[in-house]
Each structure stands twice: as C-alpha cells, then as structure tokens.
Design a protein around this ligand. Structure first.
Ligand SMILES: [Zn+2]
Length: 388
C-alpha cells in the first residue's frame, strides 16, 4: 500500500479507536455507535477503492470535530440534566411539536443551544445531536434550579429550529410593513438626514429580520415568550436575576440578542398577554431606572428606532400564535397553585416543569438557607431515582 494511503488508513483507524473508547458504556453510546458506523463504512469504501482519500480524510476530520463538541464527562449532573431535558422535551412533544430524542446537556460557560450534525458517508446530513449548554461544570453543586427555566428558553430555540416557519412568516410580514412605513417617511428628507434615516432602516432590518440561524432579535424575543408560556413566573424570576445584575449594560446593541431594554419591554408585553402581569413590577422598575439614564454613547436615537413597539408587539404575538399552533403546554395559575399545594403537603415534586415551578415557589416562600436545604434534598432524591 502506498505510504499516503497507509497514513490515511491509520488516521481512520485512530479516529475509530478514539470514538470507541470515548463513548463506550456512556449515555452517548448510541452517538458513538453512529460515528463508528460512518467511519467504518468510509474505511471499507476507501479500501475497496470506492471512497476517495479526500472523502475519507474529510469524514475523519469532521468526526474528530464532533467529538470535541460533545460532552466529555458523564457524572451525576449530566444524568440529572439529561433526564430533566428528556422529561421537558416529552412534555412539550404532546401536541404539534416533536422535539428531538437526542437533546444532550453540556456544561459550558453560558446558556446556549447548538445543533451538531453527524457526519454521513454521502455528505448529506441525516442525523444531529442538539446540545443544550448549561453554565458550570459536571458537578451536582452546579445545578441551580432557579436558573434552570433557561432550559425552556434553549428548548424554545430547538422548537423554532424544527417548527418555526410559521413564526418567520408571521413576523416577516409585520417587519416589512414597519420598514416600508419608515421608508415612506424618508422620501421627503434630503441630504445627510436622509442617509441617517436610511442607515437606521437598514440597521432595524439587520437586527430584526428572522433569519433561520436565529441570530436576530425576533427569534430571541420569541424564545423568551415561549419560555414564559412554558414555565411562567419561574422564567420571569430567572431572567429578572440576570437583568438586575449591576454590571449589565441594558443598551448593548448587537445582532445576536436584543438590548435588555427591548427584551424587558417584550417580557412585560408577553406576561400581560399570558396572565402574568402581576410579576411585571420588577421589570417596570428596571425600565424606568434605565430610561432615567441620560442619552449617551450607550443610548442613542438608533436604540429608540430599533426598540419599535410595533416590532416588539409583532414578535410577542407571533410567538404566542406559534405556541398555540404547536399546542405547547402552557404554565397556568392553576398549575402553579397545584404545585404550591403539593409543596405545602410535603408531596414529592416530579422532575419536569413542576420542579422548576416548585423551586421558584420554594425560594419565594422560605429563607435562603431553607431554600438551599430543599434544593439539595430534591436533587438528591431525583438522582437516587434516576441512578437506582
Ligand atoms: Zn436565546
């Protein structure tokens, strides 16, 4: 065998061994099996002269990249997070939405959702793992149930990746109507003022256009709304914690997320539509504090233009229509009352939405120390059930 072929063969064999060691006996063994299958197939095809050396190298390199993206440790936190995500995904899949069976938690720097496509021999993707990034390490101590409603936000991204065409269509129509209104208004303007007006219109389109990659304001607002729909005041409390951080810049403009000022307005609007107006007080307080900030480099006319109430309203309403169309289970006052009752009677709270609601209720109703004792006991009990 030629030296170059020999080294290709070694490369594939090394990758194969690596995959086999990495996932054997872990919860991701089925992902490992799939990678092993693809690599073995390329290896066979390459040896038989069917697959080109380039193709074999491409798949081997890609398989290594996939390995790097997937979680590396499978401790108790992984077991807890994976089971919670599975139960939530089952709850959300009772109606029109069908969430993936391959949602995998990964300890990370921050919250996030990432689709990792598995390699395939013919270059077409047939299978994907959806990673849910959770802050912290694979330690049970890093499970913070009060922040976990952000899982609902990340699963909201997943739901829109699978079934978000309706949202894109609904919102795009509103966006076009807002933008053409703005364009009509710039017709009478001349010179430099016109350039600024046109630049502003373009910027609004850049931020708000509901691109399929979800790196835009419309989708971020939509998944906040979905998270409120799914977990109600538990999500509002979790995002309130983030927004009350003194180091947060509420006017930070960027394409991937709306400013917190815009997000705050959308949260209030969605809460009012979904029956949680009672919990909007802290957001109103934050917004009036932020509004009192004198305009500066951080807060410009562009901010005002981009936070167009019609666009916020359109994103919230299109997201609610999407939740209805997919029959996602909504968190209602009755559900919260039922969890409250169960806590009062000392009943065991099941893993899933009820646990997220219970953690929030427990925190509101007890001292910090009592809350932590409750959380540790609840996590330990659930882990014992999962791993028994
Ligand atoms: Zn997001």
């Amino acid at each position: 065998m030629a030296r170059v072929n020999r080294s290709r063969k070694d490369q594939l064999e090394n990758t194969l061994l690596h995959v086999q060691c990495r996932f054997d006996g872990t919860p991701l063994s089925c992902v490992g099996d799939l990678l092993v299958h693809v690599i073995s197939e390329v290896q066979r095809s390459h040896e038989a002269g069917g697959s080109s050396a380039d193709n074999a190298a491409r798949i081997s390199t890609y398989a290594i990249k996939v390995l790097e993206l997937l979680p590396k440790s499978f401790g108790k936190r992984f077991a807890f997070d994976a089971q919670l995500i599975r139960v939530l995904a089952d709850e959300y899949s009772q109606g029109g939405a069908k969430l993936s069976g391959m949602l995998v938690p990964k300890p990370s720097q921050s919250w996030g959702h990432q689709t990792v496509s598995m390699p395939s021999t013919d270059g077409t993707t047939t299978y994907a793992v959806d990673l849910i990034h959770l802050p912290g390490e694979d330690n049970v101590e890093d499970i913070t149930l009060l922040d976990y409603p952000f899982i609902c936000h990340e699963l909201g991204h997943h739901i829109l990746f699978k079934d978000g065409d309706g949202f894109i269509a609904l919102f795009s129509k509103e966006l076009e109507s807002v933008l053409s209104g703005l364009q009509r208004r710039t017709l009478g303007i001349r010179g430099f003022a016109r350039q600024i007006a046109e630049a502003t219109t373009n910027q609004i389109r850049q931020y708000w256009a509901p691109t399929p990659d979800q790196f835009n304001w419309a989708h971020e607002i939509a998944v906040d709304v979905i998270a409120i729909w799914l977990s109600g005041p538990a999500y509002l409390a979790a995002i309130q914690d983030v927004m009350e951080d003194d180091n947060l810049n509420p006017f930070q403009l960027g394409k991937s997320h709306p400013t917190y000022e815009t997000r705050g307005r959308a949260l209030i609007e969605a809460s009012e539509c979904l029956g949680w107006a009672y919990y909007t007080g802290p957001f109103r307080t934050l917004l009036s504090r932020w509004e009192a900030t004198p305009p500066s480099g951080d807060r410009t006319n562009l901010h005002v233009a981009c936070a167009d109430p019609q666009l916020i309203n359109a994103a919230v309403s299109a997201a609610i229509k999407t939740c209805q169309a997919l029959s996602l289970p909504s968190c209602t006052a009755a559900r919260v009352a039922a969890v409250e009752n169960a806590l009062r009677e000392g009943l065991e709270i099941e893993l899933g939405t009820d646990l997220l609601i219970a953690a929030w209720l427990q925190y509101c109703q007890s001292s910090e120390a009592d809350y932590h004792a409750w959380e540790i006991a609840a996590i330990a009990r659930i882990l014992a059930e999962i791993t028994e």
